[in-house]
Design a protein around this ligand. Structure first.
Ligand SMILES: C[S@@+](CC[C@H](N)C(=O)[O-])C[C@H]1O[C@@H](n2cnc3c(N)ncnc32)[C@H](O)[C@@H]1O
Ligand SMILES: [Zn+2]
Length: 406
């Protein structure tokens, strides 16, 4: 079909990302003062910093396509300039249909132009609806998608219910959350309202944020007798992202509800533990130092990465020439290794600060933990973070020893 004539009524430029060229708002024109956040000031949202987010989406969906080994349908209900949907159609082998949608007419015109620019009009359908209406229209059995990517402003929660209903059995849901102030405990009440769980301002609050979003997905899905397993997640820059595979069946829903629980935390000695129920534990004192503990949840206590899925993504990254491929390789190898590691991580600087100690290197701390027979893993969440099964007081002691021997 011939493209309707396109002429943007705002400053634009053409950029290359992945395998596509797209027209996007010229961000320089919207940064009048240093404090201006140009992506939101432009009439159509576009954030170049999210390239890594889009790269990982391409790799995850390609890994998923190879896993199910058939052609897949994808939906991006909040597409803006269309950059993500256009990339999914152009870069994923076995993508048989991509539906992109936005409520903004200006965004839609730009997205449609980008589809034509990349000659993808046979593969991509463009809609102009409220995202929930669109997804609800795709809730019937033969209309469902294999993959849905929810990448909104702020919280994805308003779209989770319709997205879960619009996924076929074993489909994959990806959701971005940029509302880290609630999720990391700065606005705790907003987090309880939106995500149904209490956050906590700890050094590992970004992991708690992933677990709160995953817990919310599991709770929403369970209402429809759908279970979830989280195959991949990451925390990068100013956002978190969760990839959850769904599975139809009341038993699967029950199993994922069983994966919900609480993280108890002692702000005095850094002890942390997980618990399925809060009632009795909440009133307990910290088993290591006797202080009163605080808590986060209910949230997802299950796995937040699947080793095999991460490996598949690593293979796709090797096959694909992406601008960020080195950064992605590092992130994926860390994620793959932390898949089997204990929940929550310590941050060296945080402990050193509290103990008024010099700050040892991460490798020295990991080595000391290994030497004492404990598990020790770095984490993609924080370059100065580590996961271990060592008790908090042992971690403190080890840090003291490490700096005294350096
Ligand atoms: C953060 S932007 C999407 C960015 C895009 N996914 C990307 O990777 O560049 C969010 C988009 O959602 C659109 N939007 C907001 N509310 C919506 C709704 N209820 N239904 C459909 N689109 C909506 C906005 O117009 C905006 O273009
Ligand atoms: Zn304690």
């Amino acid at each position: 079909m011939a493209e309707p004539e396109f002429k943007a009524d705002f400053p634009t430029e053409t950029v290359q990302e992945g395998k596509v060229k797209v027209v996007v708002p010229k961000l320089k024109a919207y940064k009048k003062q240093p404090s201006d956040y140009a992506p939101s000031k432009a009439p159509v949202f576009y954030n170049p910093v999210m390239e890594l987010n889009r790269d990982l989406a391409v790799l995850a969906f390609q890994a998923y396509q190879r896993m199910v080994n058939r052609d897949i349908s994808l939906c991006e209900p909040l597409t803006s300039s269309g950059i993500r949907g256009v990339r999914l159609a152009a870069e994923i082998h076995g993508a048989k249909k991509v539906l992109i949608n936005d409520i903004s007419e200006r965004a839609l015109k730009l997205a449609r132009h980008n589809v034509h620019l990349n000659r993808l009009q046979d593969l991509i359908a463009v809609e102009h609806k409220d995202a929930n209406c669109l997804l609800s229209c795709h809730g019937a059995p033969r209309r469902r998608f294999d993959v849905i990517d929810v990448d909104p402003f702020g919280s994805p929660v308003p779209y989770l219910d319709s997205a879960v209903r619009a996924l076929r059995n074993k489909g994959l849901l990806a959701a971005t959350a940029t509302d880290l102030a609630p999720l990391c405990g700065v606005h705790a009440k907003a987090c309880v309202r939106k995500y149904g769980g209490k956050p906590l301002r700890t050094e590992y609050c970004h992991e708690l944020a992933v677990r709160l979003l995953a817990g919310c997905v599991a709770t929403v899905a369970a209402k429809h007798d759908i279970g979830v397993s989280v195959v991949f997640s990451h925390s990068t820059d100013h956002y978190i992202r969760v990839y959850a595979q769904i599975g139809y069946g009341a038993k699967k829903a029950d199993a994922s509800i069983k994966s919900l629980g609480y993280v108890l935390h002692c702000f005095n000695c850094f002890h942390r533990e997980t618990a399925q129920k809060l009632s009795a534990k909440f009133f307990e004192k910290c088993p290591e130092c006797g202080s009163r503990m605080d808590w986060a949840g209910p949230l997802w206590l299950g796995k937040t990465f699947d080793t095999q899925f991460c490996e598949r993504m690593e293979q796709e990254n090797k096959r694909t020439a992406l601008r960020n491929s080195r950064k992605i390789a590092k992130l994926l190898s860390l994620a793959r290794d932390e898949a089997e590691a204990p929940a929550t991580y310590y941050v060296i600087d945080h402990i050193s600060d509290k103990l008024s100690l010099p700050v040892p290197s991460l490798s020295a701390v990991l080595q000391s933990l290994h030497d004492k027979g404990f598990q020790a893993f770095p984490t993609h969440f924080n370059p100065r973070g580590f996961r271990t099964d060592a008790p908090a007081l042992v971690v403190q002691e080890l840090l003291r020893e490490t700096v005294s021997t350096v």
